[in-house]
Design a protein around this ligand. Structure first.
Ligand SMILES: Cc1cc2nc3c(=O)[nH]c(=O)nc-3n(C[C@H](O)[C@H](O)[C@H](O)COP(=O)(O)OP(=O)(O)OC[C@H]3O[C@@H](n4cnc5c(N)ncnc54)[C@H](O)[C@@H]3O)c2cc1C
Length: 518
């Protein structure tokens, strides 16, 4: 017999051996010896009160053998001689599209502008140390896309779009910890992601798929409203029948190309702001009601904040406990910050994007002349502003949190995890009022919600500009572009995902759509 039950375990109990067996037996009024195994289905932390509780959902196996492996199976087959689907971009959307093609019996041919995970590392070092951005290989471009050197948080709100469990099981199959199947807030960590990505590559190659790195797509050859071929950076032309376009939201050249070819695009609302960085112990002490070090059983604390100011949302985004702020620019002449953390989340800083909603229909009158590209141009201008105010390299403009809110230039800054370094700048007056004003108000309110959050021990760092795509590439009910046959816009860059999991789910959906009837 298998019984699913919920258990509440205190910090003291968590340390005890076999506590789940003891508590389950008590809960079910059975002899602990009758329990043949316990499988944790879900684990979360309830830190709302001083007494912190671990909430467990467990399946208790009573006089019944517990299965050893997961019920999920991925039916990969040899596709080396099968019909091909071309996939542009090897981020989460492109990787999962390729894997799904193989399951469906089609041969994925992937074109990726960046390098493989290993070679990509050198380019990340060059950004951090030499302030040089390789425009094809950086924190956003290269094998695994923006998802590889990311934080690897696997939260998603897109539960209706696909089978989240399937996405997680596939990550586990490729080397991610099984803990992601259990945790309420699953996280892989930037140190573990490259190996998972490399394993996915090996599966694709093993079953007959192709992956071409350093192969930027520069043109689409279209005849009679049907995609016929793609052109690569070295002028090689490749005949194609159907393409999945999964180039992410930083591939501005792709938006410009589509626009130049009069292929329909739509402007999309998005959010922008700054990244705030606190010492981790401040966030721990607020969230865990402690002073000094947090309990060793507790992970670095996180937060999730939101406030409406005159009907406009200001919210925390991609919070990275125990993490780093990273330079996520994709071109020289811009500064973009983002965050990531290692699997142990053991860095002494906590950082999070704090962003303001931008409504492209009403907020950008000065950019109307750019038509559908208005959000993108606005984003670009702000990233350029961060570059000039940061000192014309990857050093980022920054201010102490209290100085930012109270409108003073900071005479000095706090220590930071951001490797290229920070430069004091008056972000309060540099940022457009629409963003700066709302952020200042929002941060003050966050300080009331979390006592201790509003502190001069935190820095704000500019700019967090790439939260989501400022453009949608339209698609019909078959997930195909309404004007161009054979073009399947996919993932975050096309406006159908926001994060690793939703991009992966959209990749699978696009693979199903693109192979349909081929
Ligand atoms: C530092 C950082 C941390 C993040 N942390 C998290 C997190 O914790 N959790 C989360 O859910 N999300 C996180 N994200 C966001 C997440 O990585 C993206 O949402 C996700 O990767 C989007 O997937 P995608 O496949 O749609 O696009 P991308 O991952 O952007 O992949 C697009 C790929 O297309 C390639 N490409 C672009 N143009 C061309 C071209 N012309 N020809 C060929 N190839 C091209 C790019 O090189 C890239 O590899 C983070 C992002 C960054 C940068």
């Amino acid at each position: 017999m298998i019984k699913e039950i919920q258990l509440r375990i205190t910090l003291q109990e968590e340390k005890q051996d076999n506590i789940l067996i003891k508590k389950s037996a008590k809960f079910l009024h059975i002899n602990p010896k009758d329990i043949t195994g316990i499988k944790t289905l879900r684990k979360s932390i309830d830190a709302r009160k001083v007494k912190i509780i671990f909430n467990y959902k467990v399946a208790v196996y009573i006089k019944e053998q517990m299965p050893e492996s997961s019920a999920y199976e991925f039916n990969y087959k040899d596709v080396s001689k099968a019909k091909s689907i071309h996939i542009i971009g090897f981020g989460p959307a492109g990787m999962y599209a390729a894997l799904r093609c193989i399951e469906l019996g089609y041969r994925p041919i992937v074109l990726e502008r960046g390098k493989n995970v290993k070679d990509r590392r050198r380019d990340l070092k060059a950004i951090n140390q030499d302030h040089f951005v390789n425009e094809d290989s950086n924190y956003c471009f290269g094998e695994g896309g923006a998802g590889t050197y990311s934080d690897g948080k696997l939260y998603t709100r897109s539960l209706k779009r696909g089978d989240v469990r399937r996405i997680f099981e596939n990550l586990v199959l490729h080397g991610a910890t099984e803990q992601i199947l259990i945790d309420a807030h699953p996280h892989i960590g930037t140190n573990k992601l490259p190996k998972v990505v490399q394993n996915i590559r090996e599966t694709i190659l093993k079953y007959g798929g192709e992956i071409h790195f350093e192969s930027r797509v520069t043109d689409f050859i279209i005849k009679d409203n049907k995609i016929k071929a793609i052109q690569l950076q070295n002028n090689i032309e490749m005949a194609v029948e159907r393409i999945i376009l999964a180039t992410g939201h930083s591939a501005r050249d792709i938006y410009y190309l589509l626009h130049k070819k009069n292929i329909a695009l739509k402007a999309k609302s998005f959010a922008m702001g700054i990244r705030v960085e606190h010492p981790q112990h401040i966030i721990d002490s607020i969230q865990y009601h402690c002073s000094g070090k947090r309990n060793e059983l507790l992970p670095a604390a996180s937060y999730n904040l939101v406030h409406q100011i005159n009907g406009r949302g200001v919210y925390s985004f991609c919070m990275c406990p125990g993490g780093f702020i990273v330079p996520a620019a994709t071109a020289n002449g811009e500064v973009v910050v983002n965050g990531m953390s290692p699997s142990k989340r053991n860095n002494p800083f906590a950082n999070s994007g704090i962003v303001v909603e931008i409504n492209v229909d009403t907020d950008l009158p000065k950019y109307e002349r750019f038509g559908v590209l208005k959000g993108l141009e606005y984003q670009k201008d702000l990233e350029g502003l961060a570059f000039t105010s940061g000192g014309r390299n990857q050093t980022a403009p920054a201010q102490r949190l209290t100085d930012f809110v109270e409108g003073r230039l900071s005479t000095n800054l706090n220590e930071t995890s951001y490797q290229p370094g920070l430069k004091s700048a008056p972000l309060h007056s540099l940022l457009p009022k629409l963003i700066g004003g709302k952020l200042r108000k929002g941060l003050e309110v966050f300080g009331q919600k979390m006592k201790g959050y509003y502190t001069n021990e935190a820095n704000v760092v500019g700019v967090e500009s790439r939260t989501s795509s400022p453009i949608t590439i339209p698609r019909n009910e078959n997930l195909e572009h309404p004007e161009i046959k054979g073009l399947f816009p996919c993932g975050e860059g096309a406006g159908y995902a926001g994060g690793i999991v939703s991009a992966a789910m959209d990749g699978e959906l696009c693979a199903e759509a693109a192979t349909n009837g081929l």
